[in-house]
Design a protein around this ligand. Structure first.
Ligand SMILES: C[S@@+](CC[C@H](N)C(=O)[O-])C[C@H]1O[C@@H](n2cnc3c(N)ncnc32)[C@H](O)[C@@H]1O
Length: 303
C-alpha cells in the first residue's frame, strides 16, 4: 500500500484510485473530509474488492464512533447488516453504487479526527438510501445535518417539479467533541430586510441548512472546464465552519480541486486524490499560483 502523505507533508494532490491510497493514510489525521463521489452511474461494481478491502484493512469499531460500539448501531453491528440487506434488495443499481461507496466511507470514518466532520455530497436520487445506511453504519447520533444546496439553472421539467438541488449529508466522528464554529461563516442577505434592524441587514444572517447558491457559471472566472466542478462558495461555508487554520482537509474525489483551492485560501492544508488524468491536469493549472503544492502519482510512494 503506497504511503503518500503524513501530517508533516506539504499540501498534496495524488493521482490514483482512492481505494489504493486510503488504507495507507494514518487514522484520525483529517479535521474535515468532503466527498463528492460520481453519481450513481449504474455501472456494476466489483463487490469482491469491497470485501477484500474490508478484510485487508479491518476497521477499529471504536474508530467508527466509540459511542456507537456496544449499542444497537455501529459498524458491523447486526442492525447495519440487516438494514443494508433490506434496503439494497429493492434497487440493484444502488446496491452496486453502495458496494463502491461503502469501503471508501469506512476509510473516511477511520481517517477523521475525533473532532472531525464528514460532508458527503449526493444527488437527490441517492441521498435517502445513503442517509439510512449511514445512520446505521456510523451511528445516528453522529448525524449533524442534511444540507440542501439549491440552485436555479438549466432546463426545467414541465411534468414534475424541476429538480434543482443537491443534498450534502453531514456526519461527525464524535457528537460530544466535534469542531463547529458558525461565527466564521460568510453571512447572507436577509430575505425580508424590511423586517429587521439596519444593523442586522448590514451584518447579514447566518446561513441555515438550505443554501441558495448559483452553480459555477459557464462564463465566470471560477470555471475550470471540469464538468462536475462545485462552487467555491459552497465549499467555503463547510471549511470555515468545520475546520481551523492549519487543519488538514481531505477530498478523495477531488475533480477540479475546489476543496483544495478553498482550503488553501482559508489557510488550511489539503490532501486531494483523483484517478482521472483530466482532473489532475485541471488541478495543476488551478494550483500553479500556490507555491507549496506537490503532485504525486500514479505510482509514487513518498512521505
Ligand atoms: C463529481 S466529481 C468531483 C468534483 C469536485 N467536487 C469539484 O468541485 O470539481 C467526482 C470525481 O471523482 C473521481 N473519481 C471517481 N472514482 C474515483 C476513484 N475510485 N478514485 C479516485 N477518484 C475517483 C472522478 O474522476 C471525478 O473527478
Amino acid at each position: 500500500m503506497p504511503t503518500v502523505w503524513s501530517p508533516s507533508s506539504p499540501s498534496r494532490v495524488v493521482h490514483a484510485d482512492n481505494l489504493e491510497i486510503l488504507p495507507g493514510l494514518p487514522g484520525g489525521a483529517f479535521t474535515l473530509i468532503y466527498l463528492d463521489p460520481p453519481f450513481n452511474t449504474g455501472r456494476k461494481q466489483n463487490r469482491q474488492s469491497t470485501t477484500s478491502v474490508r478484510s485487508n484493512a479491518p476497521v477499529d469499531s471504536d474508530a467508527l464512533g466509540a459511542h456507537a460500539a456496544g449499542t444497537i448501531t455501529g459498524f458491523k453491528g447486526q442492525r447495519y447488516e440487516r438494514i443494508k440487506g433490506d434496503l439494497l434488495g429493492y434497487d440493484d443499481q444502488f446496491e452496486d453504487y453502495w458496494a463502491f461507496l461503502e469501503p471508501r466511507l469506512i476509510e473516511a470514518w477511520r481517517l477523521l479526527a475525533d473532532d472531525g466532520t464528514l460532508y458527503l455530497h449526493l444527488d437527490y436520487r441517492e441521498a435517502h438510501y445513503a442517509k439510512v445506511l449511514l445512520d446505521a453504519l456510523f451511528g445516528r447520533d453522529c448525524f449533524l445535518n442534511e444540507l440542501i444546496w439549491a440552485y436555479d439553472y438549466g432546463a426545467k421539467s414541465k411534468n414534475r417539479w424541476p429538480t434543482k438541488h443537491d443534498t450534502i449529508l453531514v456526519y461527525v466522528k464524535n457528537p460530544a467533541a466535534y469542531y463547529f464554529d458558525s461565527t466564521t461563516v460568510d453571512r447572507e442577505p436577509y430575505m425580508a430586510p424590511g423586517l429587521v434592524t439596519p444593523e442586522k441587514v448590514a451584518r447579514g444572517k447566518l446561513p441555515t441548512d438550505v443554501w441558495w447558491h448559483t452553480i459555477v457559471s459557464p462564463t465566470g472566472k471560477e470555471k475550470t472546464g471540469y464538468p462536475t466542478q462545485k462552487p467555491v462558495g459552497i465549499l467555503r461555508r463547510m471549511i470555515q465552519a468545520s475546520s481551523r487554520e492549519g487543519d488538514w482537509v481531505l477530498d478523495f474525489f477531488a475533480g477540479s480541486g475546489t476543496t483544495g483551492a478553498v482550503a488553501a485560501a482559508l489557510g488550511r492544508r489539503f490532501l486531494l486524490v483523483d484517478q482521472n488524468p483530466e482532473s489532475i491536469a485541471v488541478m495543476r493549472e488551478r494550483f500553479a499560483p500556490l507555491s507549496e503544492v506537490e503532485f504525486l502519482g500514479p505510482t509514487i510512494a513518498i512521505v
